[in-house]
Structure formats: C-alpha cells, structure tokens
Design a protein around this ligand. Structure first.
Ligand code: G3P
Length: 233
C-alpha cells in the first residue's frame, strides 16, 4: 500500500499543494523531480502513445523514479475488464493509481478496486454531479478537465470551485486533481480555489517561474554588482 512519504521532515508543518506532472516522458519527469517539484505523475493513453513506449514498461520506470502516486489508465470499457486491467496495472508498483473513466462501468470498477485498497483516479470529469458520484464510489482522486471545458466556452474553474464546495460540505476525502491544465493561470486559480493537486504538462510547470520584472530586476542587480566589483567567493 502506498503511504504518503515525508521526504523532508523540516517541512512537515507546511501544507503542501501537490504538483503532479502530466506526461509519460521520463526525462521531463526526472528534470522536475530533481528540483523536488514532482509529488506524482499522471498519464493517459494519449500521453503513452506520444511517448512511443510500452505502457507497462514506461509506467514501471516512472514508478521507480517517483515516490508519489502515478496514474495509469485502463483501456477497457466494461467493468469486469477494467477491474482486470486495473489489477494488472496495480501490480507494477505500490504507488500506482488506477485511472478509470467517469462512466457507470468506471464507477463500478472504482468501487471494487478501492475496496481492495487500491488508489483510483477517476478521470474525464466534466460536472460536479460526476465528481459527487466518484467520491461516493471511494475514489482517491477526481480529475476535472479544466482546459477541455474552456475549449467549448464553458468555465473549467467554476467546476473546480463547485466540486470544492460539495466535497467540503460533506467532508469527502477524495482529492481534487485539477487536470487538463493549459496555462499558468489555471495553476494559480486552482491554488486559490483550493484544489488539492494540479497536474500539468512540464512546460506549464516550468513557466510558473517566469516574470519579466524578475528578469529586468536581476539584470539591473548584476550590472550594479559588476560596476561595484562585488565578489562573494
Ligand atoms: O490530465 C488530463 C490531461 O492530460 C488532459 O489534458 O490538454 O489533453 O485536455 P488535455
């Protein structure tokens, strides 16, 4: 069974908004992992296809690298077959979260797999009612897709807010994993609302550091340091 590690005891008092990386590219995961920014990884069949790797092989490699939850998605659509695939994926490592689509069969499989003690991430969530069902089915994570709602002129952040309200109303422990994140604003808004986790492509996570005034300010400091001949070591 996966148990939340405590990699840095000095940070135990600090609440942690979790950052998952939405990719199956090992090098990109490794780069962010070295900075301590990877609390988990999410994949899906499209990301596996993009990696060009075998799903079992690449997922095992990711699990060897990352201590936190690694979501791996089933491709079956019928509950019994989803359960069989979910069990196979969960054999890869103790930190696998079996990713199941938000369908009736997916919820059936979620019930069974969570009762077996497996982590489940219910994905392709586009409504608060779907998120409510996933929580009742015992999901560890619910993945509402922000960007895909924005794509059709709906409001992805409103969905995150609604799910937060509903889960808090009743104390559901299912973690809100804000997914289909396309911009740094999606990350900031998810944090402001109080999503438990964001999963974002590596490029978006790397963009969080950028600010033109930081670059401009640093440039000025370095020029002054050079003019003044400041040397530290
Ligand atoms: O985590 C789900 C995510 O991969 C979907 O993102 O950009 O394909 O909508 P996107």
């Amino acid at each position: 069974m996966y148990t939340d590690p405590d990699p840095n005891p000095t940070l135990t008092e600090r609440p942690n908004m979790k950052f998952f990386v939405d990719t199956a590219e090992i090098d990109a995961i490794r780069e962010l992992h070295e900075l301590g920014f990877v609390d988990g990884v999410t994949t899906n069949p499209s990301l596996i296809k993009k990696s060009g790797r075998d799903i079992l092989e690449v997922t095992k490699e990711i699990c060897d690298l990352v201590e936190g939850p690694v979501s791996a998605e089933v491709v079956a659509t019928e509950a019994d077959a989803m359960i069989t695939e979910g069990r196979r994926l969960a054999e890869i490592a103790s930190n696998i979260a079996v990713k199941l689509p938000l369908t009736w069969d997916g919820l059936k499989a979620c019930n069974v797999l969570t009762n077996e003690g497996k982590m489940v991430n219910v994905t392709l969530c586009f409504s608060a009612n779907q998120a409510l069902l996933a929580a009742k089915a015992g999901a560890s994570f619910i993945s509402p897709f922000i960007g895909r709602l924005d794509d059709i002129s709906l409001d992805g952040m409103e969905l995150i807010q609604d799910i937060r309200t509903i889960y808090d109303n009743f104390g559901y422990k299912t973690e809100i994993l804000a997914a289909s994140i396309r911009s740094v604003n999606h990350v900031q808004d998810s944090a402001l609302i109080g999503a438990d986790v964001i999963t974002a492509p590596p490029e978006v996570i790397k963009k969080l550091v950028a600010h033109p005034l930081t670059d401009k300010g640093l440039d000025a400091f370095l020029k002054d340091a050079a003019t003044a001949g400041i040397k530290i070591v």
